[in-house]
Design a protein around this ligand. Sequence first.
Ligand code: 2HG
Ligand code: ZN
Length: 463
Amino acid sequence: MTDPRLQALQQAVPELRLTTEAAELEHYGRDWTRRWTPAPLAIALPATVEEVQAIVRWANENGVAVVPSGGRTGLSGGAVAANGELVLSLERMNKVLAFDAVDRTLTVQPGMALEAVHNVAREHGLVYPVDFAARGSCSIGGNIATNAGGIRVIRYGNTREWIAGLKLVTGTGELLDLNRGLIKNSSGYDLRQLVIGSEGTLGVVVEATLRLTDPPPPTNVMLLALPSFEVLMRVFAEFRARLQLEAFEFFTERALEHVLAHGAQPPFAEVHPYYVVTEFAIGDEAKETAAMAAFEACLEQGWVSDGVISQSDAQAAQLWRLREGITEALARYKPYKNDVSVRISAMPAFLAETQALLGDAYPDFEVVWFGHIGDGNLHINVLKPDGLDDAEFVRQCEHVTKLLAASLRRHGGSISAEHGIGLVKKPYLDSTRGAAEIVVMRGIKRVLDPNGLMNPGKLFDPD
Ligand code: 2HG
Ligand code: ZN
């Protein structure tokens, strides 16, 4: 390590694992966006809170930017290091620190994978209910950084609802212990909530206390085939009125095609333009009857053309795979991703407008729609045609995103429902947040990170 700044860091923290090996710079410098060329200064893999504090103090002394890093499954470039930053990977801080059966909380280090959290909660007879397809690779610290949502938000809410406390090393190296697991704490600003969704721009989350809950009742999974887009929200209203929904997800025929090409089994003999996967509580006969009644009511109205209900856990998993496998199945097309939301009540008008807008704007590109329709959250993936230059493809998509952002502004929606702003959505932040609000956000950053070293250039450009 020839860089004198890194030599100084190693000297200040002799036990710190620090690397500048080319393959590691490449690996830790990118996330799932794969749009930016990784170019970090080095990778630090601290094992303790004290080491994290020492790194941040060193960063201030040497004017080096720090990119906090979890599982790097992000889709907005929030964990990309392409400008000589130090990547601070929380990968080694991945342990359970405490379980409290009375409080029903699990205190963990931030590098723990979401799936590992699920498993530990289950060992204690409880659940941590935030869940999504990247569960095996994403980390709880990253989930906090983006206020991750996923497939069960309709029932349990976002990550935000499940964080009872967290510890933050601020941009000056100070350690803040926020909320300490309290349920009631009416003592001023809730800085914990400010940190959730801040994308590593205010500091490094070094510990989190997660709320756990009772396991859900037994559930069934149903796959519905829909004849048109217009009926989607009606089917949702019908099912929500009759059942306790755990999930209500939608995808198009094109999305299914890609998942089938990736090895999944076709669910129906015929092809349908739209599909819904829904999971709902059963447990007693009345609820099972209600599910069939919802299905039949939709069938009678012509809103649903076919359906299948899971008869076993294995079949439920198979049905879920059709929805959860989409991102992976599309990855090879380097999709340009939109992750937008509006209030559920605004969804029908917004959907109609967006469908028309994208139909006109992307006559030559394949557009794949899916998402958490029950939360008002739509994922739109535009696939890059083979042979088209990456930069030119992004340029054309950015032009359409400007139109989409204007539509979101009119409908009171958000340019990022659950993936974060990062680098990808930065130009559109003002379609969701007012000018005065962004000034306040910048002011908050200046207080917690006066030298602007924590994940600079993500969320907004430096002052
Ligand atoms: C999902 O809902 C994820 O599957 C990824 O949020 C969405 O790949 C995407 O666009
Ligand atoms: Zn999603």
